[in-house]
Design a protein around this ligand. Structure first.
Ligand SMILES: C[S@@+](CC[C@H](N)C(=O)[O-])C[C@H]1O[C@@H](n2cnc3c(N)ncnc32)[C@H](O)[C@@H]1O
Ligand code: SF4
Length: 385
């Protein structure tokens, strides 16, 4: 059996105005005066405890092998490289890492320097995913980002010189006020970087965020759906021209080997253990999620009480719906044999509108065309509701 690990790091130096991830500044957690190295070692000690709890769930003679580890956040690059190394060693000690284990660290460009990049590489990080979002200063200001593009270039050059082979960036498109020229500027910049993978996300106005308040008050316009679709087309065209193929709606890679293996575990219904506050796990159709608040999570571990906030077991019909929801987002799509007669009827409508690829369908697979990718959510709703 294989088991991937997601390690959640719930800290950021500052919360970006659009982000509603389960992340906090040390001050918000009442740790404002605590040194960063101390926050890192305390938190990663809790992570190690959960890894041991995970190990207890398996028969010691049949410990799963770990094909991927993903340190996500929040801002994992704020952690001390020694603590990241200790976490990887702990997983290897109680489980065992696959020979080519993919180990990704999400990073904020402002947090990387010569010392910690060398440390992360030495710890075993072989893939880095950098939050770039945009190269345009006006867009970055609307997004409430603090970083400069020069920090992105420096961080990726450091990743190259330290032998970190997998290098990806995140972009956000459709920020109110972003012109097509601003987006082109970000794409030019992205394509000048030493990367093999790009994730591009449409800006979502999450309720409760600063951005949502600005949109509600009229200070910032609401993102426009038509503009989003137009920008998605531009991104796809530019990236395909530059040799990046889409393999999931929001993800493009220079080669099949550059695809995120960890994310493919999620999309293909694999097993993973999510460590940390608010992290979700999935094991053979059973899912559960942890207590959201980092301090409560750490206290529960210390007190040897449960850290699980909720759980559910998917029945066969829910598993099937999920395979459709996730599979339709992938270039490979879904096997036609997975669909009921009623679902085939729904597909015929989208074949007529050329949102479903006719050739792939005749060969037994449901895959989306570019226009279909733009309305993927609607197609999924029609198929599973
Ligand atoms: C954990 S962050 C990446 C690492 C690091 N924290 C950073 O921001 O530089 C994950 C990514 O989610 C995306 N994201 C977060 N909130 C979003 C939103 N409201 N709409 C679209 N993308 C969002 C951003 O592209 C971000 O880089
Ligand atoms: S986008 Fe990244 S840096 Fe900004 S608040 Fe979210 S997790 Fe933190």
């Amino acid at each position: 059996m294989k088991l991937s690990f997601y390690i959640h790091i719930p800290y950021c130096i500052k919360r970006c105005g659009y982000c509603d991830f389960n992340t906090y500044t040390p001050a918000e957690l009442g740790q404002g005066e605590v040194a960063r190295s101390e926050i890192s070692s305390r938190y990663m000690a809790a992570v190690a405890q959960e890894i041991l709890r995970a190990a207890d769930q398996f028969d010691s003679s049949q410990m799963p092998e770990v094909p991927t580890i993903f340190f996500g956040g929040g801002t994992p690059s704020l952690m001390d490289p020694h603590d990241i190394a200790a976490t990887i060693e702990k997983i290897d000690e109680v489980f065992s890492l696959s020979e080519q284990c993919e180990i990704t660290l999400e990073a904020n460009p402002d947090t990387l320097d010569e010392r910690n990049v060398a440390g992360f590489a030495a710890a075993g990080i072989n893939r880095i995913s950098l939050g770039v979002q945009s190269a345009n200063q006006k867009v970055l200001a609307t997004l409430d980002r603090t970083h400069k593009s020069s920090n992105v270039t420096r961080a990726l050059d450091l990743a190259v010189s330290n032998g970190i082979q997998g290098r990806s960036i995140d972009l956000i498109y459709g920020t109110p006020g972003e012109s097509v020229a601003d987006l082109e500027e970000s794409l030019d910049f992205a394509l000048s970087l030493p990367i093999d993978h790009i994730s591009a996300y449409a800006l979502i106005v999450e309720s409760g965020t600063r951005l949502a308040r600005q949109v509600d008050s009229g200070e910032i316009a609401s993102p426009d759906d038509d503009e989003m679709a137009e920008k998605y087309r531009i991104i796809d065209e530019r990236l395909e021209q530059a040799g990046f193929d889409w393999y999931e709606l929001s993800n493009w890679a220079r080669s099949a080997g550059a695809r995120s293996r960890h994310n493919q575990v999620y999309w293909n219904g694999g097993n993973w253990w999510g460590v940390g506050p608010g992290a979700h796990s999935h094991l053979d159709g059973r899912r559960w999620w942890n207590i959201k608040n980092p301090i409560s999570y750490m206290n529960a571990l210390k007190e040897k009480s449960t850290i699980i906030a909720g759980e559910e077991t998917l029945d066969e019909s829910a598993k099937h719906d999920e395979r459709i929801m996730l599979g339709i987002r992938l270039r490979e799509g879904i096997a036609r044999s997975e669909l009921s007669t009623k679902q085939e009827e729904v597909v015929s409508k989208y074949l007529l509108s050329m949102d479903v690829d006719e050739r792939a369908w005749s060969e037994g697979r449901l895959t989306l065309t570019l226009s279909g990718r733009l309305i993927a959510d609607r197609i999924v709703r029609d198929l599973v509701l």
